[in-house]
Design a protein. Structure first.
Lengths: 121, 121
DNA sequence: GTTATACTGAACCATATGGTTCAGTATATA
DNA sequence: TATATACTGAACCATATGGTTCAGTATAAC
């Protein structure tokens, strides 16, 4: 019954798939920054950085506020919760699946041993 | 000192940014499946599904094995560990950052109150 | 009032993505 | 051996991405 916003997951995983944008998030984790700050830090044009920030903003990972001529970027409040939930849920499925396989293997081993007489745990 | 494989993170977050591929992972969490199985399940062509599976495979999230004419897909062993680690690490930064802001706010409140005479914790 | 700063938007470019169709190849099945 | 199945690869299409340049607008500083 876990309900994910598929569209937002699309947007945020896509946002995370770029090293520059992950870097920006990391940076904003340390301090708020203007578009200019970020553009300089990552050696791309202002316009280029603006685009990255827009992507992060659309994904809800960053919020921005313009005061005077400066747009300040900060981490979004929502912050990776949904993404973490999705991944954790699937890590669960994953390991359940592997445990299951393990059990089958165990069972096979057990039977093999039993056939060879001795019963082991 | 945490070292991520940036290229792989790129690939796997990109792989996760598509709802069909997330569905495939979910499906493979329940049972292994052939390309045909998956293509039918998601109502796209064989060729289309093949591409999705290739993307997941390149990201290391899925492994496949061809026996006879059937290619069986299963979850990769690596399974989201790096992605989970990245996200968890940054959730940490995130909340540290917000705690910090909270502290500043607390401090401001405290001062305000102190100015109004009474000192509160 | 002029100039410098900080951003914004449009347009362009090369490449990638998600999908298709069509034409194979390889392997089972009858 | 003939036929059906399961995949594979090439080619195409529309749209998106990550980047640029260039031409603005708005605000601050002199």
């Amino acid at each position: 019954m876990v309900q994910y916003n598929e569209t937002r997951l699309d947007a945020s995983f896509a946002a995370l798939s770029d090293a520059t944008r992950r870097g920006v998030l990391e940076q904003l984790g340390r301090a708020d920054a203007s578009i200019t700050d970020l553009a300089e830090k990552f050696h791309i044009t202002l316009t280029g950085m603006k685009k990255h920030v827009s992507v992060l903003e659309r994904a809800g990972l960053v919020t921005t506020e313009k005061v005077g001529r400066v747009r300040t970027c900060r981490l979004g409040l929502r912050a990776l919760e949904e993404e973490a939930a999705w991944i954790e849920r699937h890590r669960g499925l994953w390991s359940a699946r592997f445990d299951e396989l393990d059990k089958v293997v165990e069972e096979l081993k057990r039977k093999e041993k039993a056939d060879g007489r001795k019963k082991t745990r």
